[in-house]
Design a protein around this ligand. Structure first.
Ligand code: C2E
Ligand code: CA
Ligand code: CA
Length: 761
């Protein structure tokens, strides 16, 4: 899951929990609180209404008592105080006393005097008289009730009675004073004003104060029983549960605000996370991917200078890791690309450098420096001196290099490259190097220290001009310079057309393809016993039918095939081809088949392996197979050669020593090789019979080999005189133009037919 998703879920969960807590914990708590406060408010309203009523009632009762226990009133009811009414009772005084009507009843309960506040109820005179008479009769009927509410035709009426006494409360009571008050709209308005509640009066069956909630409002009924003596009336009012409503509104607004805040927070968090974290992380990820793809250890993650946050620190750390990796890589590369002695780049580095300039520059100036006879310097003056020479050359090359490139490419070979330099710029450097070396050798007493220098201006735009070609051309020019006397400075451009080595280069290229293209063919040269005449064997000699140049001599291409390592494949082909072509003739005419083997084929084991296979496959008689090794091979690794010969012997194959006399091996040395046959080189025969020295030499050789019990083939016998000499002094077999040149298979078959023999070898 992505970070963004995870964070979104986390934030959403948090908001959900927050809202849940508000909804299920905070909200009910506040609502409960508000309802409680509403209840308390209602309770206090009820208390206030009740108290106001009680006050009203008791103030009326106090007024009643004041008036009833009063000497003036006492006298008035006895009919003695005629001015009582005029001086005490008026519309204004009733209003002040909050009394709507007043009745003075005599001892018999009859109305002695009654007054009715006119403005309290708009009743006619007779209605008033009837109403008051009704009250008087109720008082008479129930003398015990001191105060009550009476349900009159005109609505509820509160009235109170008190016996009329003297001011000192002494009696006997002369009558009853009744004061009454209409519980009218006026009364209720008054009460409402005092309690600040919308009160109303009505009939009720309730005996206790009731509080009910309907339609979101609180309905309160306070029966007047609670204040007055029994009555069916009650005070009712309806209030809104303001605390509750306010709380609900507040909560609604609060939750809405929180939701808005939450969503805002959520979005801003998302934005921040995206811009500050995710975008940056993805950027770093992309850059790392790019670095991985390009595999360029110099690349770094781009940094944001202004930001100092953790991601930036991480990027810095990653860059440090990359830098450390680059260092490690550079170290490893340095080891692989640098020569330990001179600290110069090596051959590998040259190749790298070449690729880097090839894309950019048109041409490159090349100097190749190859010390002459460096081995001798080492032998004669010791390796320390040898090393000193090399280090000195390296320092001089570095000195001249400017923005070019120098390297040590071999034991005593150096290379100097400079893009776009021409021969005019290369030559002075070459000359100075030669002079530097001469000066150094004179100063250090190292005589004979010279160098051969090859120059080249190598066009880089040419499609075939690869690194190999550049190095090949340098080899060519150095080789040519060495051949023509060392200590030289030679430019490739000076030998471009006529160089033997250039032809060699070309041949190399062609040789690689020749095997695939089946351009090789075997010629066979008979080896004969002259007296009596018999063909005893044939030597397989390779020919290259070059598609353009015609037949190329093996003397030209065999050494090159050896150098290129192609000789092993070529040798295998020769063996297989010769055996398959000659098998029948060999068996039929009992001819041995002689094949040439090169040093390299022996060293890499390819010849032996192939030989075993071929013998097993063709069932060719191994005793009829001769392997020709040359004397130069004998001068190589003796142990290796002995092993090789031993293996051939085990197989039953015979061994010939080819070109005897060209090398310098001693006879005893040859003896240790268990040879079967010696082929004396044609150079010994060339001077026969004219050259006395040659005659003596050849005669001596025959004697020696006969003494050693070795069979002999004399090569290069062309003339009858030569044949006569050989016949006179030896029983040697003959291979030479005198009998036959090397010929194609068909011609050999023809030759064999002509000269068929059953002579046993
Ligand atoms: P080689 O083994 O000494 O072969 C004999 C060479 O002497 C042949 O030259 C042959 O043509 C030449 N020859 C023979 N009789 C006479 C003569 O009476 N007068 C003169 N002037 N020359 C005579 P070729 O065929 O040109 O071979 C040259 C060399 O190439 C061979 O010398 C051998 O060293 C090498 N070679 C040829 N074929 C092979 C091969 O298949 N494998 C290897 N490794 N080397 C081969
Ligand atoms: Ca040979
Ligand atoms: Ca030979």
């Amino acid at each position: 899951m992505r970070i963004r998703t995870k964070l979104m879920i986390a934030v959403a969960l948090n908001i959900l929990i927050f809202v849940g807590v508000i909804f299920f914990v905070v909200r009910p708590y506040f609502i409960e609180q508000s309802m409680e406060r509403d209840r308390l408010a209602v309770d206090s309203q009820i208390a206030s209404v009740t108290e106001t009523l009680v006050n009203r009632k008791s103030s009326l009762e106090r007024t009643l008592v004041d008036w009833a226990e009063w000497n003036d009133a006492y006298a008035f009811i006895q009919g003695k105080n005629e001015t009582f009414i005029d001086s005490n009772i008026s519309e204004a005084s009733l209003d002040n006393l909050n009394v709507n009507a007043m009745l003075f009843l005599n001892r018999d309960g009859d109305v002695h005097y009654a007054t009715f506040q006119k403005q309290s109820l708009s009743l006619t005179e007779p209605e008033q008289q009837a109403f008051l008479a009704d009250i008087a009769s109720r008082v008479r009927a129930d003398a015990n009730t001191r105060s009550t509410i009476y349900e009159s035709e005109y609505g509820p009426v509160f009235y109170a009675t008190h016996p009329i006494l003297q001011s000192d409360r002494s009696g006997p009571a002369e009558g009853t004073l009744v004061m009454l008050e209409f519980v009218s709209s006026h009364f209720v308005a008054d009460l409402s004003a005092q309690t600040k509640l919308p009160l109303a009066v009505g009939l009720t069956e309730a005996t206790d104060t009731t509080i009910t909630s309907r339609d979101g409002l609180t309905h309160v009924v306070i029966p007047l029983d609670t204040v007055y003596d029994k009555t069916d009336y009650g005070i009712t009012f309806v209030v809104e549960p303001t605390h509750y409503q306010n709380t609900v509104t507040m909560l609604r607004l609060g939750i809405l605000a929180l939701l808005v805040l939450g969503v805002g927070l959520f979005l801003s968090l998302l934005w921040t996370i995206h811009h500050v974290i995710i975008r940056r992380l993805m950027g770093i990820g992309d850059e790392l991917k790019q670095i991985t793809i390009e595999r360029d250890s110099r690349l770094r993650i781009s940094l944001n200078e202004q930001s100092q946050d953790e991601i930036e620190q991480m990027a810095v750390s990653m860059n440090e890791v990359l830098a450390a990796l680059e260092d490690t890589r550079a170290e490893v590369l340095d080891k692989a690309y640098r020569d330990a002695l001179t600290q110069l780049p090596n051959r590998l580095a040259i190749e790298d450098y070449f690729s880097s300039v090839r894309g950019g520059d048109d041409q490159i100036g090349v100097i190749g420096l190859d010390l002459d006879d460096f081995r001798r310097i080492n032998d004669q003056f010791g390796h320390r001196t040898g090393d000193a020479v090399l280090i000195y050359i390296a320092s001089r090359l570095n000195f001249y290099k400017e923005d070019g490139f120098v390297a040590r490419i071999g034991a005593d070979e150096f290379m100097f490259l400079h893009p776009n330099w021409t021969l005019d710029e290369l030559r002075p450097v070459a000359r100075r190097l030669t002079k530097d070396l001469a000066d150094w050798s004179e100063m250090n007493g190292v005589t004979g220290l010279t160098t051969t220098i090859g120059l080249d201006v190598f066009a880089l735009r040419h499609p075939h001009h690869t690194y190999e070609v550049m190095m090949g051309r340098l080899d060519v020019v150095l080789h040519e310079a060495k051949l023509s006397g060392k200590k030289r400075i030679l430019a490739f451009q000076e030998i471009e057309d006529g160089s033997h080595y250039l032809q060699t280069l070309e041949m190399e290229r062609d040789l690689r393809r020749a095997l695939e293209n089946d351009e090789f063919e075997l010629y066979y040269q008979p080896i004969v016993s002259p007296h009596p005449f018999a063909v005893r064997g044939v030597e397989a000699l390779i020919r290259w039918n070059h598609p353009v140049k015609g037949q190329v001599s093996p003397g030209l291409f065999i050494p090159i095939a050896e150098q290129l390592g192609l000789i092993s494949d070529l040798g295998c082909w020769v063996l297989r081809q010769a055996v398959s072509e000659m098998k029948e003739h060999s068996m039929r005419h009992h001819l041995f088949l002689s094949v040439n083997v090169s040093k390299r084929q022996i060293a890499d084991g390819s010849f032996l392996a192939e030989l075993e296979d071929v013998l097993a496959e063709t069932l060719f008689d191994p005793h009829l197979l001769h392997v020709e090794i040359t004397e130069s091979e004998v001068g190589g690794n003796l142990y290796e050669l002995q092993q090789f010969i031993q293996s051939l012997k085990t197989l039953g194959v015979k061994i010939s020593l080819d070109d005897f006399g060209v090398g310098t091996s001693s006879l005893s040395f040859l003896q240790s090789l268990q040879l079967d046959l010696i082929k004396i080189d044609q150079n010994f025969v060339k001077g026969i019979p004219e050259n006395t020295f040659d005659r003596a030499l050849l005669e001596g050789l025959y004697q020696t080999f006969h003494t050693l019990g070795l069979d002999i083939v004399t090569e290069g016998v062309e003339r009858p005189e030569q044949l006569a000499f050989v016949l006179e002094h030896s029983s040697s077999l003959i291979q030479g133009y005198h009998y036959s040149k090397p010929v194609p298979l068909a011609q050999l078959e023809h030759y064999l037919k002509k000269t068929v023999t059953l002579y046993d070898w």
